[in-house]
Design a protein around this ligand. Structure first.
Ligand code: ATP
Ligand code: MG
Length: 501
């Protein structure tokens, strides 16, 4: 495909003008750029979801007069979207085989055959065994990402665009995905892979294109640019090295802030016990579906579970999300849709939501001026790219939405913070900043539990790492013992393959 002179603005704000980009058959193009640079917008234009204001789109050497979603589908151009596009109440099989299964003529026999076919797709493509009759809403975010991948790969026959497909994937699933990408490339697909993980350039890329401020500022063969050079192009300056060594200004042996004993929901969380001290950062490692997110959800009452939780020594029995906040226990969820009620609300309100009762009420009235000043300062501190504090958060790019949600919670000074994939979708420049904020939060005495599929990040953040497998904690590592290979081994479990009994 060839994009020539493409321009696009939203509400008078130009994302890019006069952009040229070529996708070649049998080539993987890695598309990089800061949050808000315009990567997802390119994906939306290529897949016909968003119409450009100007410019031409060519497919196979022919100018396409009226490019649209149906035309893209007809030619086998498919995309994996950053915000997943599955129907939560339909089963996995229905989502993947939506065209076939929605036909009313499908009888029960062929329906069973289609379900078998769907299951086979997961095994053949990604080597994943998944009960495809389960509704998508019962799956973890990582599993949903796997479903999204299988669905798109099935619909694609010429061009596949992957918009940050690896943000919720474990190392193992990531490698499986890369194998699939390699196979499709060999079959002659043109592939666009959008990512913030620079190591993925070498892992899957043939060519890189780097975007900044709405333009493609560099293109090169994958091996030509070092990670440092790529960062330079992306950000226009050198990225501050991540604060790997934490300041030693936190209580070495603080009192226990969060104690979890025998947490168990009979399914995804099995007899999980640990404690976290004030000022300590505890990492949870594990493969997709190991139960890390579920543990966090059980602690704040989003998921019913037996067992004991105590915050600062006070038992917390009737766990509910709203009550958790009152007790200083905060969950920063990996699933932005959990924050759905807020997505159409202005940025300012999104940042100040947890503070309203404390800070901005004066005689029962909301002090809008103070609220806005406060929100403005916070989003600037987190380097959120936005037009107006009145824009809905849904109009921000994926990474910038994530920054708003982090700004909201990290700054509300909680006792215990549960962070689920905190830097998901966040570019390298802002990532270092967010890690710095997490360190500062711990230095102020908060106890932190962090889940991250990015193992190097998890190791740089954590004082201690627990490894989970199938709902259980199977290993623990102190900081001196951190070793990626050992952690991965503990996560995948020796003898796991085939020994499901
Ligand atoms: N539907 C929309 N309405 C208004 N503005 C939009 C819309 N879609 C995108 N934008 C704006 O276009 C710009 C580019 O966004 P885009 O989502 O393409 O960035 P991105 O490179 O994918 O970023 P990220 O790495 O955070 O996903 C952003 O400033 C965003 O706010
Ligand atoms: Mg994006």
């Amino acid at each position: 495909m060839r994009l020539r002179g493409i321009s696009k603005s939203f509400d008078g704000t130009t994302v890019f003008s006069g952009l040229d980009l070529d996708l070649r058959a049998g080539e993987v193009l890695v598309l990089l750029g800061e949050n808000g640079a315009g990567k997802s917008t390119i994906k939306n234009i290529l897949s016909g979801i968003v119409a450009p204001d100007a410019g031409t789109i060519e497919f196979d050497g022919q100018a396409e007069a009226s490019w649209s979603q149906s035309r893209a589908a007809e030619l086998g151009v498919a995309a994996i979207h950053q915000e997943l596009s599955l129907f939560p109440n339909l089963s996995v099989a229905e989502n993947v085989l939506i065209r076939e299964l929605s036909r009313s003529s499908v009888g029960p026999v062929s329906r069973r055959r289609l379900v078998r076919e769907a299951a086979a797709l997961f095994r053949d493509l990604l080597g994943v065994d998944l009960d495809v009759t389960r509704p998508v809403e019962s799956l973890s975010l990582g599993q949903r990402q796997v479903v999204e991948i299988v669905k798109a790969v099935r619909m694609a026959s010429s061009v596949l665009i992957l918009d940050e497909p690896t943000t919720s994937l474990s190392m193992h699933d990531r490698e499986q995905l890369f194998r699939v990408i390699g196979r499709l490339r060999a079959e002659g697909f043109a592939i666009v892979h959008v990512t913030h993980f620079l190591d993925e350039v070498a892992a899957v890329g043939d060519r890189v294109a780097i975007m900044r401020d709405g333009a493609i500022v560099a293109q090169a063969a994958a091996g030509e640019l070092s990670a440092a050079q790529i960062e330079q192009h992306m950000i226009g300056r050198e990225v501050a090295a991540v604060a790997r060594e934490r300041a030693n200004d936190r209580p070495a042996e603080g009192p226990v802030a969060l104690e979890v004993a025998g947490l168990d929901d009979g399914e995804r969380v099995r007899d999980v016990s640990f404690s976290v001290r004030r000022g300590e950062i505890l990492g949870l490692a594990g493969l997709t579906g190991a139960g890390r997110t579920e543990v966090l959800h059980a602690i704040v009452g989003l998921r019913p579970a037996l067992g004991d939780v105590a915050v600062a020594g006070v038992p917390y029995r009737a766990r509910r999300l709203a009550e958790s906040k009152r007790r200083g226990l905060v969950l920063v969820s990996e699933d932005r849709r959990l924050e759905q009620a807020f997505l159409q609300r202005p940025i300012a309100e999104n940042v100040t939501a947890p503070w309203l009762s404390r800070v901005f009420r004066r005689g029962g009235w909301l002090d809008r001026r103070r609220e806005r000043a406060f929100a403005g300062a916070l989003v600037d501190e987190f380097d959120v790219r936005y037009d107006s504090l009145d824009s809905p958060i849904a109009s921000l790019s994926g990474g910038n939405q994530q920054k708003v949600i982090l700004a909201r919670w990290i700054s509300s000074d909680p006792e215990v913070v549960l962070l689920d994939e905190p830097t998901k979708g966040i570019d390298v420049g802002a990532r270092a900043q967010i890690q710095e904020r997490v360190f500062r939060l711990a230095a102020r005495g908060a106890a932190i539990v962090v889940v991250s599929s990015d193992l190097p990040e998890l190791m740089s953040l954590s004082d201690r790492i627990l490894v989970m497998q199938r709902g259980r904690v199977t290993a623990a590592f102190a900081r001196e013992e951190f070793d990626p290979a050992a952690i991965l081994r503990a996560a995948s479990g020796a003898g796991e393959s085939g020994a499901a009994a």
